[in-house]
Ligand binder design. Structure first.
Ligand SMILES: [Zn+2]
Length: 239
């Protein structure tokens, strides 16, 4: 398993590493700041520079415990080479902001509408994010209210912090996982990584976030769709 630099510092976007393996067009490194696809957050893209040649990374994916950097072209690269990685920062920073935005909206939902609805999934893109809810009463007006409440949290500059807790501690914390697979995971893991938005929301999470809610700027509701009483979809954009 490579040292996952992205977990230690999500703002790190250039780093040196050594190539530990090549599998087809995928390269493994001893350490990496490239986030692999997971938890609704896309894998990073960027550049791997070695021996003066820049190789394009078109995706980063998990492969068991390893992280595979998928290159457009691996020619000229060999195991042991020292490389410098450059994460496509504009895109990654957008992912971090959208990820935090989703947690803020989810937190408001859990705190204000407990028992009435819950999120069933989300997806992050570089220019938008969507959140799905199982909530009969959710309509465009209520979705707009959620976004307004989220913008108040954004303006307050709430801190977003990451820490690890033991399984025993995690089992005492309410709402840490919102889905059945998530709850099952807590029962299996020894330590659980949690993301906390100051005074609002604490949940199990493997993704990357900004340090302060203020970094989000402002959230707008760009789309609302009713896909059935158990499936309402909000799409948000940051401006
Ligand atoms: Zn998350």
């Amino acid at each position: 398993m490579p040292v996952r630099l992205y977990l230690r510092d999500p703002y790190l976007h250039s780093f040196d590493a050594a190539i530990t393996g090549i599998d087809g067009n995928s390269v493994s490194l001893d350490r990496t700041a490239f986030y692999p696809t997971g938890g609704g957050q896309p894998g990073d893209t960027g550049i791997l520079s070695t021996n003066g040649i820049k190789h394009k990374i078109i995706d980063t994916i998990k492969a068991g415990d390893d992280v595979h950097h998928v290159l457009e072209d691996v020619s000229g690269i060999k195991e042991g080479d020292i490389v410098t990685g450059f994460v496509d920062w504009d895109k990654r920073y957008a992912y971090m902001k959208y990820h935090t935005a989703i947690h803020i909206i989810d937190g408001i939902m859990v705190n204000s509408y407990a028992g009435k609805g819950f999120s069933t999934g989300s997806q992050i893109y570089a220019d938008r994010a969507r959140i799905d809810f199982d909530m009969d009463q959710l309509n465009r007006e209520l979705a707009q209210k959620l976004v307004e409440a989220a913008n108040n949290i954004v303006k307050e500059g709430r801190s977003v912090t990451v820490r690890s807790v033991s399984r025993a501690e995690a089992l005492q914390m309410p709402n840490l996982a919102r889905t059945e697979p998530g709850k099952e995971l807590i029962r299996k893991l020894d330590t659980i990584r949690i993301v906390e938005i100051e005074g609002l929301d604490t949940q199990m999470d493997g993704g990357l976030h900004v340090a302060s809610s203020r970094e989000l700027g402002a959230i707008v509701l760009s789309e609302f769709s009713n896909k059935g009483s158990h499936h309402k979809r909000m799409e948000i954009k940051l401006i």
